[in-house]
Design a protein around this ligand. Sequence first.
Ligand code: NDP
Ligand code: 8X3
Length: 252
Amino acid sequence: MKKTVLITGATSGIGEACAHKFAEGGYDLILTARRADKLAAIKAELESKGACVKTLVFDVRDVDAAKAAVESLEGDWQTIDVLINNAGLALGLDKEYEGDIDEWATMIDTNIKGLLTMTRLIVPAMVKRNKGHVINVGSVAGDAAYAGGNVYCATKAAVKAITDGLRIDVAESAVRVTNLKPGLVETHFSNVRFRGDDERADNVYRGITPLTGKDIADVAFYAASAPEHVQIAEVLILATHQANGSYIHREL
Ligand code: NDP
Ligand code: 8X3
């Protein structure tokens, strides 16, 4: 039987890699993000390889837009087997007492409230069907704060609590809930965090072989492919030579 995955933040990094992985695994794909042109290019590429793809352009911070997008789905597209709540970002690495209040709001609205909005919109139908899987992209950053991580780390700690809470709330059903907690993954993440300073972004991955989006997509696909009675609740995925959110051994 065909399955459908909805991936938020599918235009880059981990989300884009998940799109490729789940397409290879035979899933139909609903890909969402804000950049319509990038979504269209990824859709065209995946369709050229035989995948069935629908794109929805919206900002996860915009509840009305998210609701309209989900409600625009028709027919079989309404049956979402796997929701990957991946859209997210870090902005800055400033000390908490010097941070930018607007940037804090952007992180909280995207990483926490956007994830909650998508969960609220999609999980009721999963519970009703007694089938489904929510994969939230948390982070090692949610395990403990690191220097300058403050608000970003707090959003990922919130993802952990929200994921654990959902797992309790759907426990009566066969819906499964997973928290993926990657460490250093080389994507566009650091370019966004350092507001387009690509040199500073590159330095984050200096002296260590970082994870790739594909590494995380492989774990997401593994979790989604586990037998129905197996719930991969949480996975911490670190690069070799990274011990936790703060300790990284670099060969420089
Ligand atoms: P990227 O910057 O490469 O990708 C982020 C994705 O999120 C893009 O597709 C972007 O699409 C989307 N996005 C951002 N804001 C919004 C929004 N408001 N509405 C809709 N989509 C949005 O970063 P990653 O792939 O690395 O990040 C993906 C997730 O992984 C994030 O939640 C991040 O916190 C988490 N993570 C990343 C790690 C890393 O080291 N890279 C490690 C641990 C977790 P668009 O701009 O088109 O909207
Ligand atoms: C992204 C990984 O270590 O930069 O969540 O916070 S880290």
